[in-house]
Design a protein around this ligand. Structure first.
Ligand code: FE2
Ligand code: FE2
Length: 161
């Protein structure tokens, strides 16, 4: 019997390649969300206090695009079709609110990549997990930059189920 693509596991309870591809496509939608968010916020953010972080957000935009390209490579490599849609982007007129949206998105992204690395290794996709680790390092930098801009300690996002 063919594995049910809507479930996370095959009939035997093991993670399947198809499910990993579906999950990577959700990661890709989060990367597109991040590209749009950072492109917008880096240009819209106003106020002397935020000029440093605006430059930083512009750098993030480039890094998120690089992540989207890397994920698309892997999704295609694993036999899937890379997503062409993004998760919804929240906007705000308030600088602090914008940074807060970014921070929450980065936490969600990190939670998911931590899980994805384990799942890639479960399927012996070690080169993929290596690339995911590099992406995760960037996301950790992004989270740290946003927390610092908000004057807060960097939170620990945990790991997705
Ligand atoms: Fe990213
Ligand atoms: Fe990020």
């Amino acid at each position: 019997m063919a594995a049910d693509k809507s479930s996370k596991t095959s009939a035997t309870g093991a993670l399947t390649k198809e499910t990993l591809v579906d999950l990577l496509n959700q990661d890709l939608e989060r990367e597109f969300q991040a590209v749009i968010g950072y492109v917008n916020y880096s240009q819209v953010l106003k106020g002397a206090a935020y000029m440093n972080i605006a430059g930083e957000l512009e750098k993030h935009a480039h890094e998120e695009l690089a992540h989207a390209l890397k994920l698309s490579f892997w999704i295609d490599f694993l036999g899937g079709m890379p997503a062409v849609t993004n998760k919804p982007v929240k906007t705000s007129e308030k600088a602090e609110q914008m940074l807060r949206f970014d921070l929450e998105n980065e936490k969600e992204t990190i939670r998911n990549y931590r899980r994805r690395i384990r799942q890639a290794e479960e399927l012996s996709q070690f080169a993929l997990s290596e690339d995911l680790r590099e992406i995760l390092r960037d996301e950790s930098d992004h989270l740290n930059a946003l927390a610092t801009a908000l004057g807060e300690d960097t939170p620990d996002p945990g790991i997705a189920d």
